[in-house]
Unconditional design. Structure first.
Lengths: 196, 196
């Protein structure tokens, strides 16, 4: 951790703890991450982590809120030509995941949701209330929520297969290859259009 | 555990341990499952579990081999009319996952692969060598391996979103709804056909 001579204020300490927590959740998953471990990674006293965030569940929620910004996901889908919505959402998602050899903290959220009920509930709430429901409203279609949920399922599966299981063909594919194959699928889910 | 008066032979004890291990991996994930816990669930001495299976990695490998039968997945895709291959693979996969409220041990494999490097490596090897490579060979196409990997990614993502994150629209969808939406996607990945 780089240190300056100036004593950091509360907001920078808070940000430091959040960044350290994001790294820990990404590297070790939700279950194996303790408040003590986050404190050590942030170079602060565990009591300070508790003072700022209460418990691990709240800490995870705050990390998730810094990583998933529903307004940006929505903008990726809805701003621009409708026929490229699938591609925009896919490219935005791939940019969140980062380098295929070193997935960043965003992958930690997905990983945590698979093992922790709290993380799964949080992701469900964030996705369902803040993203999928609004997309459904934007498309004014009865099946839009199912379609948006299916788009989310393809994105999550792509993350797991490429970044964790590392199926060779997916781990070595470049983003443009993925866009060629997967963007039409995301597009068809989002718009409910048929596939032929 | 139901007990009969007859002392079980080694092969039935082995099967009992494997079944107990599958339950433990499904309920608690790979990391939280210990040999001792499996032994307790099977009602046998931990030393017996070690004698039959060595360590946890081998035990997990054996459980995976009982749950993933590559020949059946391949048959689901290749036996029958080519234009319904996607639907057959999807229905086979959904049948493996089982009830949406109580996913069975197969979901435990997927869950474990997301958190454990050993489980991820095993799944990669099983899928890549035994399923995806053969599908690619069957379709004699350069992009068949990527397409098959993408089909796998959609199936894994569907499992996570429906059974764990439990996005409402997916958790309440019946298999026929899912087939209507997802089978064409699996089909397009398997055959490399375009989506319009």
């Amino acid at each position: 951790m780089a240190r300056t001579g100036r004593r950091p204020g509360p907001s920078s300490t808070r940000a430091t703890i959040l960044a350290a927590a994001a790294e820990c959740f990404a590297a070790d998953g939700y279950d194996a991450t303790s408040m003590r471990r986050v404190a050590a990674a942030a170079g602060v006293d565990p009591a300070l982590v508790r003072r700022f965030f209460g418990g691990k569940e709240q800490l995870f929620s705050e990390v998730a809120a810094t990583l998933i910004v529903p307004a940006r996901a929505l903008a990726a889908v809805t701003e621009g030509s409708p026929e490229a919505a699938g591609e925009r959402l896919l490219r935005y998602f791939l940019s969140l995941l980062g380098d295929v050899m070193h997935p960043g903290p965003f992958f930690g959220l997905i990983r945590s949701a698979v093992t922790s009920d709290h993380a799964a509930e949080l992701l469900r709430r964030l996705l369902a209330d803040e993203v999928l429901g609004r997309l459904a409203a934007a498309y004014r279609s009865e099946t839009a929520e199912l379609g948006a949920a299916l788009a989310a399922s393809q994105l999550v599966g792509l993350a797991v297969a490429r970044y964790k299981v590392r199926l060779d063909a997916l781990a070595t594919a470049d983003p443009d290859d993925l866009v060629r194959w997967v963007a039409p699928v995301i597009q068809s889910y989002l718009t409910g259009s048929h596939i032929c």
